[in-house]
Design a protein around this ligand. Sequence first.
Ligand code: A2P
Length: 303
Amino acid sequence: NISRLVLPGNHCMPVIGLGTAAFQIPHEVAKTAIMEAIKAGYRHFDTASLYGTEQALGEAIEEALKHGLVESRAELFITSKLWITDAYPDRVLPALQKSVRLLKLEYLDLYLIHMPFSSRLKSDREFPSKEDIEPLDVKGVWAAMEECKKLGLTKSIGVSNFPVKALENLLSVATIIPSLNQVEMNPTYQQKELREYCKQKGILITAYSPLGAPGTFWGNNRVLDNEILIDIAKSQGKSVAQVSLRWLFEQGVGFIAKSFNKERMKQNLEIFDWSLTENDLEKISQIKQMRLNREQPLYEYIA
Ligand code: A2P
């Protein structure tokens, strides 16, 4: 009973997706967790060539279909992303073909340009330093993304980590409008301006790090330890995580919450039968805003 958002072309996306940015997590652990998520009711999964979890997700999907946990591939919504080392016009199609093969699928639901820049770094599993990145050939790369959609290898195309400026540049060359922008968003980084811009342009938003990604090298406990959110959670009889996720849902954005723990996976689905009060929303609007990792060059746009 997960609510859905509708992408252009009447393409439905479950609001809640399971994030799989599980660096260093053994293949079998990731696969088992994804199977658990399918059992719990997740139908939307987010991966990227960078994460190294495409294969585990593909195997989990294959098994879920074999055992009848899902009736057909069409029930699932699968997103993957084009890493910066493949963000060159001639590398887009082969990169997508590789992702589709690792996922054992015939098509993706959504393929995203992972970052608004490119890099000639050799390794595709490395994060770049500032010196290693170069401006994205947005016209050429987006044309290749459009071609991938026309070929039927992905139903929808979009971007990730694109600030307004990068979206403006993309829209000035796009024939097909990006369906979605996946960005860092939670009550401590609400991105109001970006949300308004995307709404106006008909671009949906999916939030990553909706809980502040505690325990990762880019995240911290700022969301889960936030006093305002803790107070709201107490008064609502919910967890801070649920308050954060419910807030995102009420803003009309989807989200990718990562949990490989059965109980928390279930908890994160339970956000549809209650709502935040006007007073809660007012308090959340007053939370001090800060990006998770301001040192990270990864999130910077260069034109
Ligand atoms: P775990 O996998 O052990 O559940 P984000 O979604 O912002 O990237 O955050 C993911 C992190 O938040 C993971 O470390 C995950 O740990 C943890 N997490 C996920 N759901 C919850 C929850 N409901 N309560 C507390 N922590 C959670």
